[in-house]
Design a protein around this ligand. Structure first.
Ligand SMILES: [Zn+2]
Length: 232
C-alpha cells in the first residue's frame, strides 16, 4: 500500500526541474555535509567548491524474468493500467520485455477503495505520468512487492558544470558536493573519474593515498548525496 500522495514528494525526484543548488539544499543531511565541508576547509584550505548532480536521462530497466522468452529486462515507458471494479481500484505500471515485447504489470494499487486514493494520484495514473512512473519505480515498497530490481546503466548523466571550468590551481584543495535527483546507485570512483576527467586507476590511487577523502565510503556504491575533497 502506497502512502497517500500528500506525504510524498509533490515534485517528481526524477524531474530535473530544480536547480542543482536547490537539490543540494533539500538534502536531509545538509548540516552534516556543511559541517564536514567547513571543518575540512579549515584543515585543507579548500578554495574551490563545486556542485555536481546525478540526473536520470530515462526510466531504468526493470529486471524481471520474462515468461515468454529468456530475457530478464523490461522497459517501462511511463504507461499505467487502471481497473475499477465497483469502488475498488487496481493500478499497474506497464513494462515491455526487451526480448519479445510481452507486457508485464507491476502492481501499484491492489483492490484499493477509490475514496482512499487521492484524486491527484488518480489523475497522474490516468494521464500516464512519466514522473510518477519514475518515482514509483524508485519506491522500495513497490520494488519489493513486485520482486523487481532496477538497472540504471546508461540511464543517467553527471552534470558537473561542463569542461569549461577553470583548472584547479596547484596546491589547492577542491571540494565537490554531489547531489542525486533520483536514487541511482553509482560507484563513486567511476563518478569522480568522470567528473574530474581522470582515469579510474588515478582516482583509486588518490583514494589509497588519502588525497581523496569523504565522510562516506567511496569504495562501494552510493545513491544519496555526499561530499568529497580532493587534496593536491
Ligand atoms: Zn520476453
Amino acid at each position: 500500500m502506497l502512502p497517500p500522495l500528500a506525504t510524498r514528494s509533490r515534485t517528481c525526484r526524477c524531474t530535473p526541474s530544480e536547480t542543482p543548488l536547490a537539490l543540494i539544499r533539500r538534502a536531509a543531511h545538509l548540516c552534516a555535509v556543511l559541517l564536514f565541508a567547513a571543518v575540512f576547509s579549515l584543515e585543507t584550505g579548500v578554495s574551490v567548491s563545486r556542485t555536481w548532480v546525478v540526473v536520470p536521462t530515462c526510466l531504468p530497466i526493470v529486471l524481471r524474468r520474462c515468461h515468454r522468452c529468456a530475457s530478464v529486462r523490461f522497459r517501462a515507458n511511463g504507461k499505467f493500467r487502471v481497473n475499477a471494479n465497483h469502488k475498488l481500484l487496481d493500478a499497474w505500471i506497464l513494462a515491455l520485455c526487451t526480448g519479445c515485447g510481452d507486457t508485464t504489470k507491476l502492481t501499484v494499487l491492489e483492490r484499493t477503495h477509490v475514496r482512499s486514493v487521492r484524486p491527484e494520484l488518480l489523475d497522474l495514473l490516468h494521464n500516464n505520468d512519466r514522473g510518477l512512473a519514475a518515482e514509483l519505480l524508485q519506491d522500495p515498497v513497490v520494488r519489493r512487492r513486485n520482486r523487481i530490481a532496477l538497472d540504471w546503466d546508461n540511464a543517467w548523466r553527471l552534470d558537473s558544470g561542463g569542461p569549461d571550468q577553470p583548472d584547479q590551481p596547484q596546491g589547492e584543495a577542491i571540494e565537490v558536493s554531489v547531489g542525486f535527483v533520483a536514487r541511482i546507485p553509482v560507484r563513486p570512483v567511476r563518478l569522480i573519474a568522470k567528473g574530474l576527467g581522470l582515469p579510474r586507476v588515478e582516482v583509486e590511487r588518490l583514494l589509497a593515498e588519502g588525497n581523496l577523502v569523504s565522510t562516506v565510503r567511496l569504495s562501494g556504491k552510493l545513491s544519496a548525496d555526499f561530499t568529497f575533497v580532493l587534496k593536491r
